[in-house]
Design a protein around this ligand. Structure first.
Ligand SMILES: [Zn+2]
Length: 252
């Protein structure tokens, strides 16, 4: 089997046995991959710090027939050391990596997802942790997965929503007008929140700096994106409890 290589973001790792490590990483061309790094913890020569979560690396591996690759070498491109200085940034990084893995583990390669996650981690490493980065990542990942809910039109009758009459229910497709909302469970939501989310989808997916969401948009937006994500995730995310402790979701 020839050695293959690709740029990669380390999503997580698991210590195995005395000195080995199992590493999960994301590549633009091959999607989420898992590899076995023999002696990663005592031989610093081949891997060094390059298997640390959230680092960007050039990964070299050999396929060995099963799901688990044999990792040969990893060249560190960017450790994103700034993440380690800010607990909220670290919690957001862990959450973003787990969310990406959960939504895209079956995809064979998705360059936009790779670019989005790299930009999100770069932003956290340089600007620190803040709630708007989470909102933007969730919205854009839902969009790339094809799961973004209806925002500015009623998902049941397609009417354009008007101020004072908007509601939302992820399980019914997203936004709802006043008359459709009454026929089942739905939460009320400000039209301004839906407008902010819709406009955010028009911004470059790698832009995270300079967003100024109102407390209402952050609160309502976080709640409705959480509802939309729960529909598509097969299990609760491990990293969510820690994130909610370090950076509690804004009140809706
Ligand atoms: Zn309607």
């Amino acid at each position: 089997m020839p050695i293959q290589s690709a740029e990669a973001i380390i999503l997580r790792h698991l210590d195995y046995g005395e000195a080995d490590r199992i590493v999960t990483f994301l590549t633009p061309e091959h999607g989420v991959k898992k590899g076995f790094a023999r002696s990663a913890r005592n031989s610093r020569k081949r891997f060094g710090a390059a298997l640390e979560p959230y680092a960007s690396v050039r990964m070299h591996w050999r396929a060995r027939g099963g799901e688990l690759l044999t990792l040969r070498e990893a060249e560190l491109l960017d450790l994103r050391a700034g993440l380690r200085a800010d607990l909220a940034a670290l919690a957001l990084a862990a959450y973003g990596c787990e969310l990406t893995e959960e939504l895209f583990w079956e995809a064979h390669g998705h360059r936009e997802v790779f670019t989005l996650l790299a930009a999100y981690l770069d932003h956290l490493a340089s600007a620190g942790g803040e709630a708007s980065a989470r909102l933007l990542l969730e919205l854009r990942l839902l969009n790339l997965a094809g799961y973004v809910p209806h925002l500015l039109h009623c998902s049941e009758c397609n009417v354009t929503l008007t101020p004072g009459g908007a509601a939302f229910a992820a399980g019914r497709g997203g936004s709802l007008c006043r008359s459709c909302a009454g026929s089942g469970p739905a939460r009320t939501v400000a039209l301004g929140t839906l407008g902010s989310l819709a406009r955010s989808l028009l911004t470059p997916p790698t832009a995270f700096a300079g967003f100024r969401f109102s407390p209402q948009t952050l609160g309502e937006g976080s709640a409705l994106l959480a509802e939309a994500l729960r529909l598509h995730l097969h299990r609760p995310l491990r990293t969510l409890a820690f994130l909610n402790e370090v950076l509690p979701p804004p009140a809706a």
